[in-house]
Design a protein around this ligand. Structure first.
Ligand SMILES: Cc1cc2nc3c(=O)[nH]c(=O)nc-3n(C[C@H](O)[C@H](O)[C@H](O)COP(=O)(O)OP(=O)(O)OC[C@H]3O[C@@H](n4cnc5c(N)ncnc54)[C@H](O)[C@@H]3O)c2cc1C
Length: 394
């Protein structure tokens, strides 16, 4: 008899936890459970569709699913299809890797769809998440405010700003790509409530904003006088100094010199949203749509003996994919040590019928074949019935 571990959430932290468990004890039986019929969490549904290099980590995760004692259990939502108590009773340990993707609110009057969209709902739409098949109506959207100063704000601004040709090799959902290409967009305002010396952008992502075919990035040189806080650790100071250097380059650009202008605005916080305008602490901006990129919260999950959390569910919504690796490996060590002191439970297989790894491979194959026909990495299946039907095909 060997111990049985349930990992709830097939995103990066769940897969890295499985990897860490197998390194600690290759005998363990591991079920990686996800409410979606597809694995990879935000690598599939959050990471921008034009950043295929970042998404490539999914191949490592799929290799884990080929291990004999690792099972994928998709289309199985804990709390709906199985209770957390049932899970705890059936497994020797439960690892919660459910992430954190409820859009945080600005908390200002007028904040509701269709005027204000959360970045998760927006990016999930572009990425084909089956729960978010409706995006904002962009048909009359000329000016967009992207509120936030992290890389998600840059993702959103870039995905709106890129030309159809620049998106041609991505796996953006075709209907979303068509809606963006057809929108009469002229101005995108990236808005930070503090100065640029505090922005959380990283250099590669900010630099990319200076190399877009149909969009020019601009900012006001007067906002760039600050210095990164001296109390910051050196890597943070270097990152922020690099941001300032890139922004100084943007300050020399001419607004309107390309069809779309991306304005980086700092020291401005939203006060109220009204049709056609966004009121900021610095004045009123004509804006047809605002997209908030100000972080996420999550659903509570049970704690208790034998339950361990990893990734965004444990640490909150910050950290990149690689951050989850060290974190999940450390928790996996704790889980393995904890299991060593206990006898394995016995009992029938706890998994109800669900989408297994073979089902996911069928979805993957169908999507990549549809993509190959168009010179894209994949064209995603985005509807629940289609996903489940393809997963079931023999
Ligand atoms: C828009 C966006 C863009 C990003 N871009 C990058 C990037 O370019 N590079 C980078 O390194 N990082 C990026 N990140 C961060 C990265 O995605 C996270 O660090 C990482 O995905 C967190 O992993 P996780 O496993 O904790 O959560 P997630 O990836 O969110 O995985 C959680 C999984 O749990 C499942 N789940 C939730 N509840 C249940 C339940 N009750 N039952 C069963 N399953 C459940 C979900 O379906 C999901 O698959 C981005 C994040 C966002 C939001």
């Amino acid at each position: 008899m060997t111990h049985r571990v349930a990992i709830v959430g097939a995103g990066p932290s769940g897969f890295y936890a499985a990897d860490g468990l197998l390194r600690a004890n290759p005998e363990l039986r591991i079920d990686i459970i996800d409410r979606l019929p597809t694995p990879h969490g935000l690598v599939r549904a959050g990471v921008a569709p034009d950043h295929q290099g970042t998404k490539a980590v999914a191949r490592q995760f799929d290799r884990l699913l080929a291990q004999p004692d690792v099972r994928f259990a998709g289309n199985l939502e804990i709390g709906r299809d199985l209770t957390w108590d049932e899970l705890r009773a059936a497994y020797d340990a439960v690892i919660v890797a459910t992430g954190m993707v409820i859009d945080r609110k600005l908390g200002v009057p007028g904040e509701a769809e269709p005027l204000v969209w959360g970045s998760w709902r927006f990016v999930a739409w572009l990425n084909g998440h089956p729960d978010f098949r409706q995006g904002p109506d962009l048909s009359a959207v000329r000016r967009v405010a992207v509120i936030g100063n992290g890389n998600v704000a840059l993702d959103v601004a870039r995905l709106l700003a890129k030309s159809a040709e620049e998106m041609a090799k991505s796996d953006i959902v075709p209907a979303a790509a068509a809606a963006i290409a057809a929108a009469p967009l002229t101005d995108i305002h990236v808005i930070g409530r503090r100065g640029p010396e505090h922005a959380s952008f990283t250099g590669n992502e900010l630099g990319e904003m200076g190399r877009l075919a149909r969009a020019v990035s601009v900012t006001d040189a007067a906002a760039l006088g600050g210095q990164p806080p001296a109390s910051d650790p050196t890597p943070e100071r270097l990152r922020k100094a690099k941001n300032l250097e890139i922004l100084k380059g943007f300050a020399g650009n001419t607004p309107g010199s390309k069809p779309v202008t991306v304005h980086f605005r700092f020291n401005a916080a939203p006060v109220a949203v009204r049709p056609g305008e966004l009121e900021l602490t610095t004045g009123v901006l004509p804006v047809d749509l605002s997209i908030t990129c100000i972080g996420y919260t999550g659903e509570p999950f049970p704690t208790g003996e034998g339950v361990f959390a990893v990734g965004w569910a444990r640490r909150g919504p910050s950290g990149t994919i690689p951050t989850n690796r060290g974190d999940s490996h450390a928790v996996a060590q704790q889980v393995a040590a904890w299991l060593k002191q206990r006898d394995p439970k016995s009992g029938p297989d706890p998994l109800p019928p669900c989408v297994n790894a073979a089902g996911w491979h069928r979805i993957n194959k169908a999507e990549t074949a549809a993509g190959a026909a168009q010179g894209r990495p994949r064209v995603k299946l985005t509807e629940w019935p289609a996903l489940l039907e393809v997963a079931r095909e023999s």
